[in-house]
Design a protein around this ligand. Structure first.
Ligand code: S3P
Length: 180
């Protein structure tokens, strides 16, 4: 059994990290923490405004700082932004402070789930499909590097994906909330 202090979700935009994460947190008695939301609260402006003001580079610096602070704590389900794995220090922290689930999704399902999205600055362009394909090529090996468990979400609703994960995670992860 893996005794990591947190359950951490990684994966691309549209994989269902927030919708599955909230349900999974409840099932495991964990506090649900969304890193993007924590950044917004810490910085005092929304993700699009942060990208506008300080660019992706500045956003990544906020992401790294907020993620490091959150992972000092335990007993949480931490839903990370799709690009959090780009940074080697983030990957090291994610690995050492969490049991890590990679929620995987193919580009067609991503395009469908994100078709009305206006909040993700990296997707506000015409060539969304190519952007998502390039991201997957770069990031999939990094998700794989940190993952303890992988679930394909393409064909599943959040309720179905959560039900599958409850069984698989419980078999492999020693939840600190239940083992004190
Ligand atoms: C990003 C994913 C977003 C958010 C930001 C950048 C990315 O989070 O952190 O827009 O680089 O993939 P979600 O994966 O929760 O959408």
């Amino acid at each position: 059994m893996n005794p990591a202090p947190n359950l951490i979700l990684v994966g691309p935009m549209g994989a269902g990290k927030t919708s599955i994460g909230r349900r999974l947190a409840e099932r495991f008695g964990l506090e649900f923490v969304d890193v993007d939301q924590a950044i917004v609260e810490d910085v005092g402006s929304g993700i699009p405004a942060i990208f506008e003001n300080v660019g992706e580079h500045g956003f990544r610096a906020h992401e790294k700082r907020v993620l490091a602070a959150l992972l000092e704590r335990g007993g949480q389900l931490v839903s990370t932004g799709g690009g959090a794995v780009l940074d080697a220090d983030n990957r090291q922290r994610i690995r050492s402070r969490g049991f890590v689930v990679w929620l995987r999704v193919g580009v067609p399902a991503q395009l469908q789930r994100l078709q009305r999205d206006k909040c993700r600055p990296l997707l506000q362009r015409e060539d969304r499909e190519q952007v998502l394909r390039d991201m997957a090529a770069l990031r999939d090996p990094l998700y794989r590097e940190v993952a303890d468990l992988i679930l394909d979400t393409d064909a599943h609703s959040p309720v179905e994906a959560t039900a599958q994960l409850v069984v698989r995670v419980a078999a492999q992860w020693q939840n600190p909330e239940f083992s004190a």
